[in-house]
Write a protein of this length. Structure first.
Length: 143
């Protein structure tokens, strides 16, 4: 049996600009991308490298300003994006295919909702077999 496709929380929150939660996600949804902000030091470089090395097809969840969840998949290599940096403070992006349909809090896998409830600005893997299965089901049924 094949390994399940990994899933990540992608809050798309800048580390350098104080914008309301969800603004970066809405930018990413509108422009077909997933972005992360700059950081400083060795940890930031490791996080950027890890983002770059995720395989295309990796599932990503984000949440907009209306607290609706959106499901996408990575679909391209890491690149720098001056417009995304200027608009929402997310200079490093990857293309993403997003489902058109948003999901309410009661529809997303509970472990995915829990990663957003904890807060934070980092791209973070959700290690949950049930969340991986449910994410794949939602992708298959709603694309």
């Amino acid at each position: 049996m094949a390994e399940p496709t990994p899933i990540y929380r992608a809050p798309m929150r800048s580390r350098t600009r104080e914008l309301p939660a969800g603004v970066g996600a809405e930018y990413g949804l509108a422009h077909g991308l997933v972005g992360i902000g700059p950081g400083e030091g060795a940890k930031a470089q490791r996080m950027l490298r890890a983002f770059a090395e995720l395989p295309d097809g990796t599932f990503v969840w984000t949440r907009d300003t209306d607290v609706r969840y959106h499901l996408g998949r990575l679909a391209g290599p890491l690149r720098e994006d001056a417009a995304a940096e200027r608009e929402v403070g997310l200079p490093y992006v990857r293309a993403a295919d997003w489902l058109k349909r948003p999901f309410g809090p009661d529809e997303v896998p509970a472990d995915v909702a829990a990663t957003f409830a904890r807060g934070g600005r980092n791209l973070q893997r959700t290690h949950s077999e049930s969340a991986q299965r449910r994410t794949a089901e939602l992708w298959d049924c709603c694309r």
